[in-house]
Write a protein that binds this ligand. Structure first.
Ligand SMILES: Nc1ncnc2c1ncn2[C@@H]1O[C@H](COP(=O)(O)OP(=O)(O)O)[C@@H](O)[C@H]1O
Ligand SMILES: [Mg+2]
Length: 296
């Protein structure tokens, strides 16, 4: 047995944004934003004026607020993309502009969902993103919410269950040769789930080739089997769905997921439509976890 020695333990520390300029300076140098001489000048200026390193650098015009945000993000291992750096499309603002107001709002939605899920088993960590009409922002919100969950380190899976107007493969720059439709029809397995290399904890199951019988496929027992297999591998599973006014598919997906988040969009969704969607979901035993107003 190993005896505990008197040698002090080396405590590993993680950097925090307020832990002094040196680390931020080093990260900015690593990122090629400044050279060491700049860092020294900034440090001196910061000391003289009682400023933090980042603030001083910005004041001196040597770095931008964006540079600082990026290095701080990296300190937290926060995945974050530069335009053109990946096949992930620009609609995924949570990856490209994580500090924007819109993404702040998405994180608030994430918090609400997490609060409701506290203490629940994995079944309750699934949510279908539903809405009444086309172009209300379901796909957009599903994609961005999936990214903000993954940024928390939650193993996140986004399933494109819109087998009519599939879009997640386009949004994330993935192939759609196989996906949910091929799994449900027994022609593929979970290996067709694709990791998004640039976003550490995120995986996407594209819709796959659009089938002639989406509703029948979504009602098959193979969907339930797939979900119970996935429950062990992912902390959070989000489902993109077709518009409720187009087909009953969304009810089938929401029923399998057990929970739904209803999206409404200003100047598009009528209150009566939203009401009947919520009633329909509740009638089929789906928990309506919340509603989100897309006001863009
Ligand atoms: N909050 C938003 N901000 C900017 N663009 C948005 C927003 N919500 C939706 N869009 C855009 O509106 C269009 C329709 O959204 P989409 O998510 O495809 O709708 P749905 O999946 O409900 O049919 C897309 O081009 C999408 O990028
Ligand atoms: Mg869509």
């Amino acid at each position: 047995m190993n005896m505990q020695s008197d040698v002090p333990k080396v405590v590993s520390t993680t950097l925090s944004p307020s832990s002094g300029g040196n680390q931020i300076g080093a990260l900015l140098i690593d990122a090629g934003k400044i050279i060491p001489q700049d860092a020294e000048q900034i440090l001196r200026y910061a000391k003289e004026h009682g400023l933090r390193f980042g603030e001083a650098g910005i004041k001196m015009g040597l770095v931008t607020r964006d540079d600082i945000d990026r290095v701080v993000a990296r300190q937290f291992d926060y995945t974050y993309l530069l335009p053109g750096e990946s096949a992930v499309g620009s609609e995924v603002i949570a990856a490209y502009s994580p500090f924007s107001q819109q993404v702040e709002a998405l994180r608030a939605v994430r918090s609400q969902l997490l609060l409701r899920w506290v203490g629940e088993d994995s079944v309750h960590r699934r949510v279908a993103i539903v809405s009444a009409n086309r172009r209300e922002g379901r796909s957009y919100l599903a994609a961005n919410l999936a990214v903000v969950f993954s940024q928390l380190g939650e193993r996140t899976l986004l399933v494109d269950a819109d087998l009519r107007h599939a879009r997640q493969h386009d949004i994330f720059g993935l192939s759609n040769g196989s996906g949910l439709s091929t799994i449900l029809s027994g022609r593929a397995g979970v290996e067709v789930i694709q990791r998004i290399p640039a976003l550490v904890a995120l995986s996407v199951l594209p819709a796959g080739p659009l089938p002639p019988n989406p509703q029948e496929l979504l009602n098959r027992g193979s969907f339930a089997t797939l979900l119970s297999d996935l429950a062990k591998q992912y902390d959070v599973v989000l489902f993109d769905t077709p518009a409720a006014s187009q087909a009953a598919d969304c009810q089938a997906v929401a029923a399998r997921a057990g929970g739904a988040m209803v999206v409404t969009r200003v100047n598009r969704t009528r209150l009566s439509q939203m009401k009947s969607l919520v009633e329909g979901l509740a009638g089929s035993g789906v928990t309506v976890i919340g509603t989100v107003l897309n006001n863009q």
